[in-house]
Design a protein around this ligand. Structure first.
Ligand code: PLP
Length: 440
């Protein structure tokens, strides 16, 4: 009997070892990690330079409480991250994961409003569907029914606007009018809520698990910034999944030259070596909060030296191996191959994404864009079939009529052509089996 429990009862194979893009269970079965865990292991498993940096740090210290000590590791990682951010984002607050980073951003935004005499501002608008974490604050700005519904009475749900879904709405994603159309929904929502009550807007540059790698239409990001500036609200960029090179740039929002007020990162920053997240804020936000008595928020493990030493080594690997460029290059190839796969498998209705944050979506009918019936549980079934063939991919279904079943294909950024061949063989065979099972 196991004493562990997570979301369900199902038992999984026991992980024995992981190297590069591969993982082995205790029975000796090999898996290609085609989703980098949950889009986490950006530099691959067991990178020797990261392990060495961790060993070195462990010899020095593994903990220094943030109210007692700074550490060289946290100072160096903060400086490194500040150098990779858009201008002005130079203040770094470390945490241990994505939800904690999002909570921290919401609270900093609110405290900035209080420190600057804008007490009436507290609403944080987000999108539907979206996923920003599972703590109650992060969940309040999340729209993912299965995780949020049970807790509705315990939190103050925040206003939402639709995420751009040009492919379902029949709009041209390359036309800036499309971006303007969706972004203007934010302006309308702010007006409806009362501009003086709105604090911030939180958005993923490329929608991750919630929308299945949905890339925003032309003009969207630029227009969001204009709207935020117009109403004096803060733009929080959730780079938990897109950051650390995943989309082919260190930050996903860099593709559009976006200027967020706060960036939150996690997943690829610790890259599976350590629990690590960061909120990086514009100094203009932080200074008034510190002047007004300090940031009333913090976690015991914040700035843990072992986590920061590993995070620094991860970022150095991303830079020294040119992994952003590799993600862009291999992402183009993989996307083209997924598009080719769509020609052969009629259940694939859409292929999308940027860099190595890629997805395909199942549809019952490409013309009407009807999703597969929910009862088929297609995303889970497909993931299981691929898993049994030794290929790990990630999936989600949000809700009928809004999103169908999408499968995220997001291998570590170190993938080469041979790995892509293997991923494609696994997907092709799994799709054939999946189609035979649901359309015998
Ligand atoms: N934000 C985004 C965009 C995410 O994808 C996730 C996790 O999937 C989170 C926040 C929450 O991160 P964590 O699971 O590390 O708390």
């Amino acid at each position: 009997m196991s004493h562990l429990f997570y979301q369900g009862r199902g038992r999984k194979p026991v992980l024995e070892q992981a190297r590069g893009v591969y993982m082995w269970d205790r029975e000796g079965n090999r898996y290609l990690d085609g989703s980098s865990g949950a889009m986490v292991c950006n530099i691959g498993h067991s990178n020797e330079n990261v392990l060495t940096a961790m060993r070195r740090q462990m010899e020095k210290s593994t903990f220094g409480y943030r109210l007692h000590f700074e550490t060289e590791a946290s100072e160096r990682l903060a400086a490194k991250l500040a150098g990779l951010m858009p201008a002005g984002l130079s203040k770094v607050f470390f945490v241990s994961g994505g939800s904690e980073a999002v909570e921290s951003a919401l609270k900093l935004a609110r405290q900035h409003a209080l420190a600057t005499g804008q007490d009436s501002r507290w609403k944080v608008i987000s999108r539907t569907p979206s996923y920003h974490g599972c703590t109650l604050g992060a969940l309040a700005v999340t729209d993912y029914d299965p995780l949020s519904r049970p807790f509705a009475p315990m939190m103050r749900e925040m206003p939402k606007i639709p995420a751009p879904r040009a492919y379902l709405d029949g709009l041209d994603p390359d036309d800036p009018e499309t971006g303007r159309h969706y972004a203007d929904m934010l302006a309308a929502k702010i007006e409806a809520e009362g501009p003086e009550t709105v604090l911030a807007f939180i958005v993923e540059p490329v929608g991750g698990a919630s929308t299945g790698a949905l890339v925003p239409p032309a003009g969207y990001m630029e227009r969001l910034r204009e709207i935020c500036d117009h109403y004096g609200i803060l733009l929080i960029m959730d780079e938990v999944m897109t950051g650390a090179g995943r989309t082919g740039a260190f930050l996903g929002c860099a593709h559009w030259g976006a200027r967020p007020d706060i960036v939150v990162m996690s997943k690829g920053l610790g890259a599976g070596y350590v629990p690590l997240g960061a909120m990086i804020a514009d100094e203009r936000l932080v200074e008034p909060v510190l002047d007004a008595g300090g940031f009333a928020h913090g976690f015991t493990y914040a700035g843990n030296p072992l986590a920061c030493a590993a995070g620094l080594a991860v970022v150095e690997e991303i830079e020294s191996q040119g992994l952003c460029a590799n993600a862009a290059r291999m992402g183009e190839k993989l996307k083209a191959r997924l598009q080719a796969l769509m020609q052969r498998h009629e259940l694939i209705g859409d292929v999308r994404g940027k860099g190595l944050l890629l997805a395909f979506e199942f549809m019952a009918d490409r013309t009407t864009k009807a999703p597969l019936p929910r009862a088929l549980n297609a995303h889970d079934r497909f993931v299981r079939i691929a898993y049994e063939r030794g290929l790990i991919v990630y999936s989600r279904r949000t809700r009928d009529g809004i999103e169908g079943d999408h499968i995220l294909v997001c291998p570590p950024l170190i993938v080469n052509d041979t790995h892509l061949d293997e991923i494609m063989e696994g997907l092709d065979a799994s799709l054939a089996q999946f189609t035979a099972e649901i359309r015998p």
